[in-house]
Design a protein around this ligand. Structure first.
Ligand code: ZN
Length: 248
């Protein structure tokens, strides 16, 4: 069964027809002109919080902590009621309207990731959950070798929020298209245990379909204990992600 997840590679034509049907059902949704100023100010403030706490630490930071840090640093400044309302709206909106069908993984905006539950992976700037995720990552690294690296691990709500918003920005405001690759903040399996792997030294290429052509990917596929979250034609409406390892 798990092996079959991997072989989702074969379903390309099928995936194409799903995407087409989906376009008919849900026309793309764009950021409105009205939302743009608040969108930009939220991003700016989140960015400053990330710079203040550091890239690695920002992966774990909660909503409440984010508000507190913004309050405490005059350079950042408190989030305004309109900005908080926007964050709440993004978190609680059902993304089915964006053609995203995945399961909600985080119930409340104030969800906290206890630091004792995670472990930092040396040299990566990322964390994984202790227990099953950590064990699977070590096993993978041992079986595949030093060229396999962790490229993204545990992500709290705020980290997923900034990644999702960054993607909306780079898609020129198209929330539907953005949601296919950077899922909305309450829906990431990174918040509950999944992680991304890549090839050492490959940088951004690790997050493209090219990763499926690397030796590291093919070696991953040979391991019976590994399965991928987002195969081609996955029912969640997410693009093919050969780098994203399914844990939970
Ligand atoms: Zn991922």
């Amino acid at each position: 069964m798990r092996r079959r997840d991997f072989l989702g590679l074969i379903g390309a034509t099928f995936a194409g027809s799903i995407a087409q049907a989906d376009e008919l059902k849900h026309p793309d949704i764009w950021l409105t002109d009205e939302q743009k100023p608040v969108f930009n100010s939220v991003m700016k403030r989140l960015d400053m919080v990330e710079h203040t706490v550091g890239y690695a630490k920002f992966n774990l930071i909660s909503f409440d902590e984010t508000l507190k840090i913004a309050n405490n640093f005059p350079k950042i400044g408190a989030f305004t009621p309109a900005e908080i309302a926007y964050i709440e709206e993004v978190f609680y909106t059902d993304p089915v309207i964006y053609g995203f069908y995945g399961k909600r993984t985080v119930e409340t905006l104030s969800n906290v990731i206890p630091e004792k539950d995670v472990i930092k992976i040396e040299g990566s700037g990322h964390y994984v959950y202790r227990g099953h995720s950590q064990e699977l990552l070590s096993r993978l690294m041992k079986d595949i070798g030093k060229t396999l690296i962790l490229t993204s691990g545990v992500r709290g709500v705020m980290k997923q929020m900034i990644l999702h918003m960054d993607k909306i920005k780079s898609e020129n405001g198209n929330i539907t298209v953005a949601s296919r690759s950077l899922v909305p903040p309450a829906y990431s399996y990174h918040s509950v245990g999944d992680f991304d792997v890549g090839k050492r030294g490959w940088g951004h290429q690790n997050f493209t379909a090219n990763f499926a052509r690397t030796e590291e990917f093919w070696n991953l596929q040979k391991l019976s204990y590994v399965s991928m979250r987002y195969t081609i034609g996955n029912g969640d409406g997410v693009r093919f992600e050969p780098w994203h390892v399914k844990i939970v």
